[in-house]
Design a protein around this ligand. Structure first.
Ligand SMILES: [Zn+2]
Length: 282
């Protein structure tokens, strides 16, 4: 009987051949003992190798390749969360960056630096809440977006970033109560906002009418905010708000506010006037 190598070698125009070399890497089990199984090495295109070792190596390479593909796809999916799933009332905000934040006053320059530091710290693995406070229109959302966008573009692409206009999110949830086809349910947002690595909650406190009103948050608002704060205890969140701690406590409850304000890095605007008004120049 001809050796199998010889048969194959003829089929392959003698590219493959048998050798007298043996691979001792393989074992067989018999009678509860392990024995070395000698595998005859072969030659192929002038190279000598063990066919079993070669098969194992190829299988491993293929599975590594698959793993890499999956990793890339997952990374891309996470990277796309920012553009595909963010909820903005003003789409122009997507263009906001540190570059386009016009800082002229002392406080603006200082706060821009603080925001830039927050970005660096997040990028290097820091976990905390950045808390932008101050009157409407001073650029809190702009800086919050700048941090987030930089995180999304920071190269690793394995972290998901999400910008949520709180008011718009609650409008969509409220709408889903009557609209059975809507995907924007309480559960959808609770899961999404809990899952992402970096989250901006923009304009917290405006959803119940804002400061100055006696209105308190409705049940579903409280449920969603509790779910988010619970789920994000070891994650980084960026909050922008026009309200003070006391105003927030009146609107929600102390327990929720103290959770929201745990481990916060404060960026406070006091002097800055409304940047949106200054925009128009002739
Ligand atoms: Zn081998």
């Amino acid at each position: 009987m001809q050796a199998i190598g010889e048969v194959i070698s003829r089929l392959n125009n003698t590219r493959m051949g048998s050798t007298s070399e043996i691979c001792y890497e393989h074992t067989v089990q018999a009678n509860g003992k392990e024995y070395t199984k000698e595998i005859k090495k072969i030659t192929f295109d002038g190279e000598i190798f063990c066919p079993i070792c070669e098969r194992d190596r190829t299988t491993q390479e293929l599975s590594d390749e698959e793993d890499l593909k999956i990793e890339l796809a997952m990374g891309r999916r996470k990277y796309n969360v920012f553009h595909n799933q963010s909820v903005l009332t003003d789409e122009d905000l997507f263009d906001a960056s540190f570059k386009t934040y016009a800082a002229t006053k002392k406080e603006e320059i200082h706060n821009k630096e603080l925001a830039s530091k927050a970005f660096t710290s997040y990028r290097d693995g820091g976990t905390f809440t950045t808390w932008f406070a101050g009157e409407p229109g001073v650029g809190k959302s702009h800086l919050g977006m700048s941090i987030l966008r930089n995180l999304n573009e920071s190269g690793k692409k394995n972290k998901s970033c999400l910008f949520i206009s709180v008011d718009e999110m609650f409008l969509r949830i409220r709408d889903s109560f009557d609209n059975k086809d809507s995907r924007y349910t309480e559960l959808y947002f609770a899961n999404l906002l809990t899952d992402v690595d970096y989250l901006v909650l923009d304009d917290l406190g405006t959803e119940t009418g804002g400061s100055g009103t006696k209105k308190t948050a409705s049940d579903f608002v409280m449920r969603v905010l509790y779910a988010i704060t619970n789920g994000r205890q070891n994650k980084s969140t960026i909050v922008t708000t026009n309200l003070t701690r006391q105003e927030l406590e009146k609107m929600y409850d102390r327990k929720l506010v103290s959770r929201l304000m745990k481990n916060i890095y404060v960026i406070n605007f006091e002097d800055t006037t409304d940047k949106r008004i200054k925009k128009y120049e002739i």
